[in-house]
Ligand binder design. Structure first.
Ligand SMILES: [Zn+2]
Length: 393
């Protein structure tokens, strides 16, 4: 019993510590938009309050929270009880208000495992946001040419044998430390093998229900990427054979789920790989279209502001431009919230969703009323651009 209680305190203190680290990172990032910074600080404070079961900090205000970040953390963390984690004496900022070097390490080392999430649901969002933010930080530091290269690699090489990945990512390999060993992910393993999705090349999920085994891509199942285990066995040392059961189930071959097979972390797949694939699809569907020009990742004014610029240009007529950002979020509500947290743009921004999320479009546009942001599916945008190119003929 005493052990459980101790573990609980430990988990809550780790959550509180990470919330503080994240808050300091947000506070000291000069490049962060003020609206976004305020939202992140609110989230961190929420997590910190939840980590305290009772006591003073539950009523802690934003001003005291921000002030507390400058001192030893003991005043912000839940009481240690019998836990000796030495967090109390930690300072995240030095006397000049500068971030300590190890802040990011500290953050990552104390990430709380998934199992501890159910009681502190808001934590899940912070954790995903942290990884998404790290991706954004790495991308933002790349030169324009490297940025384009990284985007292409996200789409082409999100998982595989270490040797192959290292070769393909080449100069970017050391800077792009978002890969994890597939052997650490039991959810995608079938008898020691994993299967890359034919669309996104990331590990597919293995779901066993009674006698049935289904293997499917979480993002592309709706587009017909799912399989079942064949009764025919592959033999010793050979991956079990999968039979396609969907309209996009191209043949796949299993790879060993060993320590030297890696895949991009889940948040990077979700917020990096999937939108990149959408953007590439959009470009490909407009290829060869008269009067239509598509620029990928134009990097204006910042590479991350929007990802695609489509121009319909016909001599003698004013040009029409679409600035496009692709999104492939699991939750429309979370996406709406994230879009509302963005600083309003000076231009009209088009948010493109995969076609299977057509039912979310109206909801999102309602939530975004008053913003210069329009949500539509990929196919609708392709139609709109083609129509514009025809009209100006
Ligand atoms: Zn996929």
């Amino acid at each position: 019993m005493a052990l459980t209680e101790c573990d609980d305190v430990r988990v809550r203190r780790e959550q509180a510590l990470t919330a503080c680290c994240l808050a300091v990172a947000a506070e000291t990032d000069a490049g962060l938009e003020s609206v976004r910074r305020a939202a992140m600080l609110m989230d961190c404070l929420g997590v910190l309050r939840a980590a305290h079961l009772s006591g003073r900090v539950v009523q802690l205000g934003m001003r005291e929270f921000r002030r507390g970040l400058h001192g030893p953390l003991a005043q912000l963390l839940p009481p240690p009880g019998d836990v000796d984690d030495r967090f109390g004496g930690l300072r995240l900022l030095d006397d000049a208000g500068l971030v300590r070097d190890a802040l990011e390490d500290l953050c990552r080392e104390h990430l709380v495992p998934q199992a501890a999430l159910d009681r502190h649901w808001s934590w899940a969002r912070v954790r995903a946001e942290q990884e998404e933010r790290r991706l954004y930080e790495v991308m933002r530091r790349l030169e324009p040419e490297e940025y384009r290269q990284a985007r292409a690699l996200l789409a082409e090489c999100p998982a595989g044998p270490l040797r192959t990945l290292r070769k393909r990512w080449d100069r970017l390999w050391m800077r792009f430390d978002f890969f994890e060993a597939v052997s650490d992910w039991p959810w995608c393993q079938l008898e020691g093998w994993w299967y890359p999705c034919p669309k996104c090349r990331w590990p597919m999920r293995v779901v066993e229900t009674g006698q049935e085994v289904e293997v499917r891509c979480e993002a592309h199942r709706a587009r017909g990427v799912h399989y079942r285990l064949s009764l025919e066995r592959g033999g010793h040392g050979v991956a079990p054979i999968l039979l396609g059961t969907g309209r996009a189930s191209e043949p796949v071959v299993g790879l060993p789920a060993s320590v030297d097979h890696l895949a991009l972390s889940r948040p990077v797949w979700r917020y990096g790989v999937l939108p990149t694939l959408l953007e590439i699809e959009l470009r490909d569907r407009l290829k060869g279209q008269a009067h239509v020009q598509v620029e990928m990742w134009p990097g204006e004014p910042r590479p991350d502001e929007y990802d695609l610029r489509i121009t319909v240009a016909v001599p003698g007529r004013p040009n029409r431009t679409w600035r496009v950002d692709a999104k492939d979020w699991a939750s429309a509500d979370a996406l709406a919230k994230a879009l509302l947290e963005r600083e309003p743009t000076r231009y009209a921004l088009y948010i493109v969703l995969p076609d299977h999320q057509a039912h979310e479009v109206a909801y999102l546009n309602t939530r975004l009323t008053g913003r210069r942001t329009k949500v539509l599916t990929l196919t609708r945008l392709v139609e709109q651009v083609k129509r514009a190119a025809r009209e100006t003929r």
